[in-house]
Ligand binder design. Structure first.
Ligand SMILES: *Cc1c(COP(=O)(O)O)cnc(C)c1O
Length: 346
């Protein structure tokens, strides 16, 4: 049997042998008493990495984002966000359900918000209008193809935040990919944000978990919100141990995933019937368009699946692929060959 090459998401990564050993050996305690030494260590290391005062281990990125929305807003406010963003599209309308706020999604070409469109979307201060309570941005932007905020662009948004008094939450699920793409320390990208969430369970290969970071006071309040959502956990150092390995040993290799994604994009750009701009592929996410009449994305995906290559279809013509630790350079080359053969044959 040939190996399955799973490019549907970087969430399919499995814990490494080193993680499994760390999990087996983890020192644990009851985290609801703040007595799990491994969780405490993970939170310290995470806060240090992003240059913030404190951090909270949460079961999912969704919970981290939703806690942040809750803490930054009051019911009946609006949240400025990008229209393809995770918070708006993949979190079950959580901001409405849990915080009583409504999203104000903005259109962008590449997922990256800019101050002039944010400024236009801020509600005027009138008793009859909803107040703008929060801005959220996503770095890297998942459904805009892993696009990255430049340091200058996030600075401009933070300056606007200071001027307007509207806080900005960063959905940094893949913030380490962004830092890798820019060749900078992750602190450069998180500096000045009152809250940042990042995931340990994607390209960093931990089986479970995300981290919400912010000031000491913000994180104290976040801990109560986590409890409210049923996310207070006990001897969870077993899982946090894998998160520590993720932070300490897995960040340095993300560049390989980026190089593989770029390589796939370059190969696909040479195939007749496929459209992709490889220069736009800066991290581990790529989208391509099927332009051949009579061939749909779901059809190509089904044929690829028969050859052991898994990808995700977004609509009738677009396919999404993510590179990660569990697909090698050779696997990526094999996936390109499979696509090439299918496109040549059809
Ligand atoms: C994966 C992801 C999240 C969090 O997802 P969970 O599955 O809840 O951990 C949040 N934002 C972005 C951009 C993501 O890609």
């Amino acid at each position: 049997m040939t190996k399955t090459i799973d490019l549907r998401s970087d969430t399919v990564t499995r814990p490494t042998p080193e993680m499994r050993r760390a999990m087996a050996d983890a020192e644990v305690g009851d985290d609801c008493y703040l007595e799990d030494p491994t969780v405490n260590k993970l939170q310290e290391v995470a806060a240090e990495k992003v240059g913030m005062e404190a951090a909270l281990y949460v079961p999912t990125g969704t919970m981290g984002n939703q806690i942040a929305v809750k803490l930054h807003t009051q019911p009946s406010e609006e949240v400025i966000t990008e229209e393809r963003g995770h918070i708006f599209n993949f979190e079950m309308a959580g901001m409405a359900a849990l915080s009583g706020v409504q999203a104000r999604p903005l259109h962008t070409a590449d997922g990256i918000l800019d101050v002039s469109s944010i400024r236009k979307a801020v509600r005027p201060k009138m008793f009859s209008r909803s107040r703008t309570g929060l801005i959220t941005l996503e770095n890297t932007h998942n459904y805009a193809g892993g696009s990255v905020y430049s340091i200058a662009r996030s600075r401009e948004i933070l300056d606007f935040s200071c001027e307007s008094g509207i806080p900005v939450h960063m959905d940094g699920a893949r913030i380490f990919n962004a830092a890798t793409a820019l060749g900078c320390d992750v602190k450069e990208l998180t500096k000045g944000f009152p809250s940042v969430m990042f995931c340990l369970s994607k390209g960093l290969c931990a089986p479970v978990g995300s981290v919400l970071c912010g000031s000491g006071d913000f994180i104290d309040r976040a801990r109560s919100q986590r409890k409210l959502l049923g996310g207070g956990m006990r001897q969870v150092g077993i899982l946090a141990a894998a998160g520590l390995v993720a932070l300490e040993n897995m960040v340095g290799r993300l560049g390989e995933d980026h190089a593989n994604a770029r390589m796939i994009a370059e190969q696909l750009s040479r195939i007749d019937g496929i459209s992709i701009d490889p220069t736009k592929v800066r991290t581990n996410i790529l989208f391509f368009e099927i332009t051949r009449p009579g061939l749909s994305a779901p059809q190509l995906i089904t044929s690829l699946e028969e050859r052991g290559v898994l990808a995700g279809s977004e609509d009738s013509s677009r396919i999404r692929m993510l590179t990660h630790h569990d697909v090698s350079r050779e696997d990526c080359q094999a996936a390109c060959r499979a696509i090439c053969e299918l496109m040549d044959g059809g």
